[in-house]
Ligand binder design. Structure first.
Ligand SMILES: NC(=O)c1ccc[n+]([C@@H]2O[C@H](COP(=O)([O-])OP(=O)(O)OC[C@H]3O[C@@H](n4cnc5c(N)ncnc54)[C@H](O)[C@@H]3O)[C@@H](O)[C@H]2O)c1
Ligand SMILES: [Fe+2]
Length: 385
């Protein structure tokens, strides 16, 4: 076997009650955190709950609760200003992938010169910034365990992928109780995001044995529990399994990388403001139909993890049956199509060239087994509309 590197946060607390039982460990990182979150977290009482725990530890929290859409460069400037003004010494992110990604980008900008755009790509960050604690409240992005942050460059309408091992959170706290309040539409979108991470990690050209274990386990859990979590948000068993699945998928793609679906979904988010999970979901079937041709045997494993059980099929047909099951899952949890999102067909077609070139420029599609051409990417966009 060749050698690999597996990157992960040093400490992960997980399971029901993880937030309360780990809060006293956060003061090890500092005593003046900037809490990066969104207004929904304030409204539903999570911010108060966390601040109360922290005040008992004599930790003085500064609040930045303005991350109300998927993150743009403007959020980073505002958050950085607050961090410096309040002499903060570490970051706590509470929320979905958006606040977590903002906290990571602020950490970069505290210790490195220039603007966030300067760090687009992998390995460009030179100095480690203040430590990050990530507390996810959706079961989707896995950002709490990854080296990535995704920030929209508002000038060029690009979702920038920034990767650095310096932004892997020092502590991740995955408490599924925080996800009970997630509405069904967001449960569906974030669940499919996690499923996409797991499938892409497992079928990436950069797949590796340890990440494979997490990826397959995640696919099994999501296939079994996403419908349940979507249908009944109060189902603690389903919420716990989904949070664990999103964490596993994050560990997997952090090391094996994402591929064509994520590469193609970022331009949809940047140009048409489609939420991240939905932008993956609408592309997933057409992308996978293309991707299985490059690596059918790995897609057979994916189909088995999904629960496909049919005899006498070729590898390719067995793998295709897996894609059919994913389509069915997306229908069952009412994932809309691109046209169903109200996007104008002409406006969409006009952006095909930009979307394809931005997708390829992100390099994620090149992790796919059969490296897709510009023409293939355009065809998948057209097919997915
Ligand atoms: N860094 C990474 O590794 C990585 C990976 C995948 C996606 N992402 C990024 O993550 C972002 C998407 O994150 P997301 O899908 O978690 O969504 P999000 O953070 O944008 O949140 C979506 C909505 O859900 C609400 N919400 C979150 N938790 C809730 C709760 N417990 N109860 C009620 N409402 C709740 C939020 O207030 C918001 O309105 C995108 O910008 C995407 O690019 C990052
Ligand atoms: Fe994602």
């Amino acid at each position: 076997m060749k050698s690999y590197r597996f990157l992960t946060p040093p400490t992960i607390y997980y399971g029901i009650g993880a937030l309360e039982s780990s809060c006293d460990k956060l003061s090890d990182l500092g005593n003046r955190p900037l809490l990066v979150t969104d207004k929904v977290m304030t409204d539903i009482g999570y911010v108060n709950k966390l601040v109360n725990y922290l005040e008992k530890q004599k930790v003085a929290v500064s609040l930045f609760n303005e991350v109300n859409t998927e993150p743009t460069d403007h959020y980073i400037e505002n958050g950085l200003h607050l961090f410096k003004e309040n002499h903060c010494d570490f970051l706590i992110a509470l929320g979905g992938g958006s606040p977590i990604d903002v906290a990571k980008a602020i950490s970069i900008m505290v210790s490195n010169p220039g603007k966030i755009q300067d760090y687009m790509g992998l390995g460009k960050v030179q100095q480690e910034g203040p430590p990050i604690v990530a507390i996810p409240t959706t079961s989707g992005t896995g950002s709490e365990v990854t080296q990535f942050t995704i920030i929209t460059d508002t000038k060029n309408d690009i979702k920038m992928l920034i990767g650095s091992e310096y932004i892997v959170p020092k502590i991740a706290i995955n408490d599924p109780i925080l996800t009970i309040s997630v509405p069904p539409g967001i449960t569906a979108a974030t669940g499919i995001d996690a499923l996409t991470h797991a499938i892409e990690a497992y079928t990436s050209r950069r797949h590796q044995p340890l990440a494979d274990i997490f990826a397959l386990s995640s696919i099994k859990r999501i296939s079994k529990y996403l419908r349940r979590a979507w249908a009944n948000g109060d189902d603690k068993k389903a919420r716990s399994e989904m949070m664990l699945a999103a964490l596993e998928a994050g560990m997997a793609f952090n090391n094996s990388s994402v591929t064509i679906v994520h590469g193609m979904s970022r331009p949809l988010g940047a140009l048409f403001h489609i939420p991240h999970g939905i932008s993956n979901a609408v592309l997933l079937p057409a992308c996978l139909e293309y991707a299985i041709m490059g690596l059918p045997e790995r897609f057979v494993d994916v189909a088995k993890a999904i629960g496909v059980c049919v005899n006498n099929l070729s590898d390719l047909d067995f793998a295709k049956e897996g894609v059919m099951q994913i389509k069915k899952l997306c229908e069952d949890i009412e994932i809309p199509s691109i046209s169903g999102l109200g996007i104008d067909k002409n406006a969409f077609m006009k952006q095909l060239d930009k979307m394809a070139s931005d997708a390829l420029a992100s390099c994620s599609p090149y992790n796919n087994a059969g490296k897709p051409s510009n023409e293939v990417i355009i065809k998948i966009y057209e097919q997915s509309f």
